[in-house]
Ligand binder design. Structure first.
Ligand code: B12
Ligand code: SF4
Length: 446
């Protein structure tokens, strides 16, 4: 079977992200002929996609719907609108070829996407290495393949949650099928990702990652990770990668083992990764830096104990402050800290604590405070916070709006005092200065 895997077109130019999910899927489809295409790194995204279809003549088209929107209040861009148009145009051109969709954007809103994009025949929920392979082999009825949304008698049916992949057996991404050289110049903007694990065992109340990649940790062996990095360096001369794990340094021993393996193998690679502050030690930071870490991304999100607890963070005021001391002492690290401006029940004191922390961090780290962010939380499906503070009055369906202008309604922006709310309103809509600068497109809300 000829299979075409497409990264969905974002609808505008932005720093691209190499399709790691599609490269993982392709590694499992070795009984088929596969092509991976990312319109985002082509000059005429839609026209070039049609040209590829015309030339390749696939029997099945799989599209990765990675992003729904930017989750960024300063730049509320609705990728999903463009995805809908992209699939509609595609189907008009290729009406006899079945279209399947998967990806984290799809998995956050599976039923809604199936309803709103009737051109999609099949939707693959969560990780789909096994489900897609089984479906394409055609030996099994769809209803018996866990993890698939499909259409039956005019209704949307679901075959049940997929089994999570055994990570000790996982195959390496088929990067040879991706036009990887096109991403190399974006390496410093986190364009090429490597997974060292799936899952997050922590449970911050606003976060979708445990839903998307599972609440239990599945670790890739450090040897396997090193092999994958070595291929990226040797075959594509890639100078930098981003570790796509929800949290790289949890568990700490696994992160340390990977750092040691990079050093022992003598790999020259720079990398960035999401870190949590609770278990940071000066020794670990030093080790990670020597192994190539050039940016530690931290999302403490709040700076008072009460708001940290409400968000169910493992961070404490003490661990946050200790992390800053560690980064201050280690004079070669670049760090980014993200905070939310408003958390349910928070007030002036909480906002002031976050601002004070950032000012202190700027003073202590100078230019090494590479990015900082004071942003608003976007309610996302399936989180505790959404259940508590969004669903009370509204349907979860509203989390996938109909149009871009509705995105702004999905951010939490209420403090516990009237004057604070007026300030937040002005900040949110009128662009008061604080927290609006110093973030780079392509970064990710955690
Ligand atoms: C790491 C990461 C980043 C890194 C990416 C680094 C890199 N080079 O890959 C960086 C920091 C650059 C980043 C940027 C952004 N990110 Co981000 N990111 C992630 C994260 C944590 C992991 C993604 C990943 O690589 N997973 C590992 C791969 C293997 O899994 P996967 O892609 O999901 O693929 C599997 C399945 O989904 C499925 N699948 C995927 N595609 C398809 C297609 C078919 C046909 C089938 C059958 C199955 C299938 O099978 C795959 C294999 O199992 C996710 C959260 C998460 N846990 O998913 C957020 C996430 C994807 N990001 C998100 C967002 C919003 C963004 C940004 C828009 C942020 C911004 N404002 O700039 C940008 C977009 C950049 C771009 N150009 O696309 C959101 C998207 C949801 C939403 N609300 O829109 C997520 C879900 C986080 C969240 N808020 O919940 N991100
Ligand atoms: S915010 Fe980070 S630590 Fe918390 S649940 Fe999400 S991925 Fe895990």
């Amino acid at each position: 079977m000829r299979v075409l895997l497409i990264q969905s077109y974002l609808g505008r130019r932005e720093p691209p992200v190499a399709p790691l999910g599609l490269a993982n899927l392709a590694a499992y489809l070795d009984t088929h002929t596969i092509r991976i295409f990312d319109p985002n790194v082509h000059i005429n995204p839609t026209i070039d996609t049609f040209a590829v279809i015309e030339e390749y003549r696939p029997d099945f088209i799989g599209i990765s719907l990675r992003n729904i929107d930017t989750t960024n209040y300063r730049d509320p861009f609705f990728y999903f609108e463009h995805f809908q148009r992209f699939v509609r145009d595609l189907k008009e051109n290729v009406h006899r070829i079945p279209i399947g969709v998967g990806g984290s954007g799809f998995s956050l809103f599976p039923r809604q996407v199936m309803e709103r994009v009737p051109e999609i025949e099949l939707g693959f929920f969560l990780e789909a290495e096994v489900a897609l392979d089984t479906y394409l082999r055609k030996g099994e009825a769809i209803a018996n393949i866990p993890g698939i949304y499909y259409r039956e008698a005019g209704k949307i049916a679901f075959s049940g949650p997929p089994k999570r992949l055994d990570f000790t057996q996982i195959r390496s991404p088929a990067w040879d099928l991706v036009e990887l050289p096109k991403y190399v110049r974006w390496a410093d903007r986190d364009a090429v990702g490597v997974e060292t694990k799936r899952g997050c065992a922590l449970a911050c109340s606003y976060c979708t990652y445990p839903l998307l990649s599972g609440p239990e940790l599945r670790l890739k062996s450090p040897d396997r990770v090193i092999e994958e990095i070595a291929v990226l360096i040797e075959r594509y001369q890639l100078p930098r990668i981003f570790f796509c794990d929800p949290i790289f340094n949890h568990p700490q021993q696994h992160a340390e083992a990977i750092c040691h393996a990079i050093l022992n193998r003598g790999l020259k690679i720079r990398w960035g990764a999401y870190h949590q502050d609770r278990s940071l030690t000066p020794e670990y930071v030093n080790l990670a830096r020597q192994a190539g870490c050039d940016e530690f991304f931290l999302s403490p999100d709040a700076a008072t104990q009460q708001t940290l607890q409400l968000l169910n963070k493992t961070t404490t005021v003490e661990s946050l402050s200790r992390s800053l001391d560690i980064f201050t002492q280690n004079r070669q690290t670049r760090v980014s800290y993200n905070f939310f401006i408003a958390v349910p029940g928070s007030g002036w004191k909480d906002l002031a604590a976050a601002v004070y922390f950032l000012v202190k961090a700027k003073f202590k780290l100078g230019r090494r405070l590479f990015r900082w962010k004071l942003s608003y939380m976007r309610f996302e499906p399936g989180t505790t916070l959404t259940r508590q503070f969004f669903n009370r009055n509204r349907q979860e369906d509203a989390l996938l709006p109909q149009k871009q202008s509705e995105l702004k309604n999905l951010f939490f922006r209420k403090g516990n005092s009237i004057f604070l709310n007026i300030l937040l309103l002005l900040h949110f809509y009128r662009g008061l200065w604080f927290g609006r600068r110093n973030t780079v497109a392509g970064e990710c809300e955690q």
